[in-house]
Design a protein around this ligand. Structure first.
Ligand SMILES: Cc1cc2nc3c(=O)[nH]c(=O)nc-3n(C[C@H](O)[C@H](O)[C@H](O)COP(=O)(O)OP(=O)(O)OC[C@H]3O[C@@H](n4cnc5c(N)ncnc54)[C@H](O)[C@@H]3O)c2cc1C
Length: 144
């Protein structure tokens, strides 16, 4: 990838400091995240955990999906979260977003797939972004 500048911002961790898990025997992993099973159950009976404090991507919609699923399970229903369909985005300009498996993952899994491409310059938002990345109007928006 050719870029002018690249910021790598990594290292967010579960905010479990001060939770005193040892006082109740709550299990954390080596990175401080609360250990849960596929259904978000902790090792303690009737204690569930969701979102950034458990495994998986630290994204708001993932936390929300888990919260809904746990509420459904507590209510005796069959809550489900499909971790393979969580959308991701990187806030570059323009943004990069993706969902599902990558071409490399499909190749590695030996699964048949169809690859498609779409010219970015056919996208109105991309055209506007191109005009304003450089020069005196850089960063400004317009309706041209
Ligand atoms: C700068 C930034 C930008 C982000 N942008 C995006 C984005 O664009 N899209 C996206 O999907 N996600 C984004 N995220 C991630 C998103 O905010 C989190 O994934 C999401 O908020 C996780 O929800 P949560 O309920 O697990 O945790 P939180 O939203 O952090 O909620 C946890 C709550 O628990 C409280 N709490 C903590 N400890 C205790 C305690 N001991 N006792 C009682 N209460 C406690 C906290 O005060 C907080 O209110 C961003 C995060 C950051 C930091």
């Amino acid at each position: 990838m050719d870029v002018d500048k690249l910021i790598v911002s990594i290292g967010r961790v579960a905010n479990t400091i001060g939770l005193a898990p040892e006082t109740v025997g709550l299990k954390l992993d080596e990175r401080g995240a609360i250990v849960v099973d596929d259904e978000c159950k902790t090792n303690l009976p009737n204690v569930w955990a969701i979102g950034d404090v458990v495994r998986g991507p630290m994204l708001a919609h993932k936390a929300e999906e888990e919260g809904v699923a746990v509420a459904e399970r507590i209510a005796g229903q069959h809550g489900h979260v499909n971790f393979n369909t969580i959308p991701w985005v990187i806030y570059t300009n323009p943004e990069i977003a993706w969902v599902g498996q990558t071409e490399e993952q499909l190749k590695a899994a030996g699964r048949a797939y169809k690859a498609g491409t779409f010219p970015f310059m056919a996208n109105g938002r991309a055209r506007v972004g191109r005009h304003h990345r450089h020069g005196e109007n850089a960063g400004r928006c317009c309706n041209r």
